[in-house]
Write a protein that binds this ligand. Structure first.
Ligand code: ATP
Ligand code: MG
Length: 358
């Protein structure tokens, strides 16, 4: 049986952070290592340009940063194909066809887009390319006939939009060429949308509230020590809230039961520690120190692998070039089928002249 296809990507607007890791990278590595799928990972430079048209150096500078993060977390070029979005002709062509299947009001209803417009203070000056990026994203996914898309929760509206496009296309052009994609969310719900260190609902490059996978030991510690906690927990003896408390959300996302025996044997597990915090008597500092120990242990090997790959930038370029070539080939096949289904494949269609009626 043919392997099912996975596709995801990241915008090269900065190095990757803990939100990317728990929201998507972790699943990609797990799925890659099952050997059951064919996985494509895309550096979404075109999408990054939709809100950075005047700042292309930012994107250029982050292509290899993102590539380094991929290899650092354990994505493996032997098992995963990496490519650059802007070099795939299909990803310019398919959106042209798909955009005729989507209404303006449908685009305006997309909750993630609404939120991102607010975050970027676009007000009424929204670039057309930004507004239509969900269509372009549907092209990214369908060009590779991807069935599974490991993403954080913010991407669910994009997948819904992609499924609608697929359904309309297959219905209108009476075919089954395009595949309806499904999101693969993280196993742990606190990871669907990891909060920022400032308590903002999403850790995001654009909000400057991130712990980056490449951060050094000192800055990780500083960021953790100045993290937002429970604003009502002023004195150690006060009752505390663990829900919506970023320190506990990160502990939910990253701690393992063994960590307690190793770093904070006062508690047997996270539930016991939470109970103490909630009834009062456990200070924020102690919680942050535990989180720091856990995060340092988690990030150290990632940072070390990153440093190793940094020594050979030629290798990174080779992987990307090879992957991009393969991606061009695969997606061109889909484009041929799409043109054929629409009936605009004039020069390759032997029935074209026969059907020409004057
Ligand atoms: P930007 O601010 O430029 O949009 P970003 O930090 O939102 O950057 P993206 O490149 O847009 O990152 O997202 C890439 C992938 O990482 C998506 O699948 C997204 O769902 C996931 N992701 C990003 N931030 C988080 C987060 N805080 N929690 C969970 N998943 C996340
Ligand atoms: Mg984003």
């Amino acid at each position: 049986m043919e392997k099912k296809i996975i596709l995801t990507g990241d915008r090269p607007t900065g190095a990757l952070h803990l939100g990317h890791y728990v929201g998507s990278l972790k699943k990609r590595v797990e799925l890659q290592n099952t050997g059951e799928y064919k996985q494509f990972v895309m550096i979404a430079d075109l999408q990054a340009l939709t809100d950075n048209a005047e700042n292309p150096e930012k994107i250029r500078n982050n292509i290899l940063e993102v590539m380094l993060d991929y290899l650092a977390v354990g994505l493996d070029p032997e098992k995963t194909t990496f490519f650059v979005q802007s070099h795939i002709p299909a990803l310019y062509e398919l959106p042209m066809y798909y955009s005729n299947l989507v209404t303006m009001s449908r685009l305006e209803r997309n909750p993630t887009i609404k939120n991102e417009i607010k975050m970027r203070n676009f007000e009424r000056s929204i670039p057309v390319g930004f507004m239509t990026y969900p269509i372009s994203q549907a092209a990214d996914i369908t060009a590779f006939k991807a069935k599974y898309v490991p993403v954080g929760e913010d991407q669910l509206p994009m997948l819904e939009q992609a499924r609608e496009i697929v359904a309309s296309f297959n219905r209108i052009y009476k075919c089954e060429i395009l595949v309806e994609p499904e999101a693969v969310l993280p196993d742990n719900s606190s990871c669907n949308r990891l909060v920022g260190t400032d308590g903002n609902t999403k850790m995001s490059k654009s909000l400057g509230n991130c712990i980056y996978l490449k951060d050094d030991e000192k800055s990780v510690k500083e960021k953790i020590m100045s993290m937002f906690t429970d604003p009502l927990h002023i004195n150690v003896s006060d009752l505390g809230h663990t829900e919506n408390n970023p320190v506990f959300i990160y502990l939910d996302a990253f701690s393992k039961t063994e960590d307690f025996a190793k770093f904070l044997p006062d508690y047997k597990d996270l539930d016991e520690m939470k109970a103490h915090y909630e009834r009062g008597g456990l200070g924020d500092m102690k919680c942050k120190k535990l989180l720091n120990s856990i995060m340092q242990e988690f990030l150290r090997p990632i940072r070390e692998r990153r440093e190793k790959f940094e020594q050979d930038k030629g290798y990174l370029m080779d992987i990307l070039r090879k992957g991009t070539e393969e991606a061009v080939e695969v997606s061109n096949k889909t484009v041929s089928e799409v043109r054929n289904a629409i009936g605009i494949d004039y020069f390759n269609d032997s029935t074209f002249l026969d059907k020409f009626v004057k």
